[in-house]
Write a protein that binds this ligand. Structure first.
Ligand code: PMP
Length: 358
């Protein structure tokens, strides 16, 4: 099959040296060398999350880490609030409901930024909740949530855990877990980390870990204490995804060397270039407050699904369709990973041709 240019929201184009790392022979993980590798990875993940808290690594996709954020820290019949501005915000509600947790939804119009005054009102009216769930970057719409502002409000409610999905927002957006008062943050390997899918990350504060002691939900594979305790000795409880972990190690070292701000800004410039090009072609960005690296656009009279198909079939570019009612109206473009300006130029030129054909 011909190689496709990945301008979806994950998996992403992977940098060449990181790809090569994944092709190396497997290593046995219960060794001193691998322990030292894990110590470096855990430290560098703390840098990525901007936290002093432990960050654990699960062999799972992002949703597994989300479920671990629910099942380790909450109990059945707890009540929680979740912000629902799209598929991923909704997922927090779905996971909680599956575990018999009572949910209060803050509905947010698709494409709009969660209104902080409204969030505050919900918290005031439901101050007995055990947690509030939010999404840094709602990948279905490309909307950024003001996590810092919600964290400020929650500083007045010490019994509410603040749990944030940073699956597509970590590294591409500013995220200061400790400073913003986030108790639990989850992310995954296949977005801005630009690694193969298969690793889920979860970082938990002391307050969250104290709460976890009281949880009555069951975990075996995802048991947070098993991972936190093993991390202290530079290990994981179960067989790690060795190949991806090696790639993670290398990638994190590169990111640290570049610095989080430089890293983000580099992607921001590409994102702005992409959006300018899309606007010149007549597309409007959906999001009120669009996030770095994820751009959702309405296609006006042109069929979005046909655009996605033609881009794939004729130009070998993958962009992401939308689901449900939006299937024919909205597509999403990602510029995570090794996407460069020359790729964006090729994408825009191809899109122009597709539009002319349609
Ligand atoms: N949350 C967000 C914001 C996401 O973008 C995604 C993946 N698109 C997920 C959660 C789910 O992650 P996964 O598909 O890796 O389970």
């Amino acid at each position: 099959m011909k190689k496709k240019l990945l301008m979806v929201l994950g998996p992403t184009e992977i940098e060449k040296d990181i790809l090569k790392e994944g092709a190396n022979s497997q290593e046995y993980m219960r060794t001193l060398d691998y322990t030292n590798k894990w110590f470096r990875i855990f430290d560098n993940l703390k840098y990525a999350f901007q936290t002093k808290n432990p960050v654990v690594v699960y062999a799972t996709s992002g949703t597994g880490a989300m479920e671990a954020a629910v099942t380790n820290f909450l109990s059945s019949n707890d009540k929680v609030i979740y912000i629902n501005g799209g598929s991923f915000g909704k997922r927090w509600g779905d996971i909680c409901q599956k575990h018999n947790i009572e949910t209060v939804e803050i509905p947010v119009e698709f494409g709009k930024t969660p209104n902080i005054e409204n969030v505050k009102k919900y918290i005031e009216q439901n101050s007995d909740v055990k947690a509030l769930f939010a999404t840094l970057n709602e990948t279905s719409s490309g909307v950024l949530t003001d996590i810092k502002a919600i964290g400020e409000i929650l500083k007045n409610y010490p019994d509410i855990l603040f749990i944030v999905d940073c699956v597509s927002g970590l590294l591409s957006e500013e995220f200061l877990q400790d400073e913003w008062g986030v108790d639990i943050a989850v992310s995954a390997s296949q977005k801005a980390f630009a690694l193969p899918p298969g690793l889920g990350f979860l970082s938990a504060s002391e307050k969250a870990l104290e709460r976890a002691e009281k949880s009555n939900l069951r975990n075996f594979y995802f048991d947070i204490f098993d991972y936190v305790n093993n991390a202290k000795r530079g290990q994981t409880p179960f067989t790690p995804a060795v190949g991806i972990v090696n790639q993670l190690d290398k990638r994190l070292q590169k990111i640290k060397k570049e610095g989080l701000v430089n890293f983000r800004n580099r992607y921001k410039q590409n994102t702005l270039y992409l959006r300018e090009g899309l606007q010149k072609l007549g597309f409007n960005v959906l999001a009120e407050n669009p996030t770095n690296c994820v751009t959702a656009v309405y296609t006006n009279d042109v069929d979005a699904y046909q655009i996605v198909q033609l881009m794939r079939e004729k130009y070998d570019i993958e962009i992401a369709p939308s689901g449900g009612d939006l299937k024919h109206k909205l597509f999403r473009v990602g510029n995570f990973g090794a996407i460069k300006i020359k790729d964006i130029k090729y994408f825009l030129k191809s899109l122009d041709k597709v539009l002319k054909e349609l």
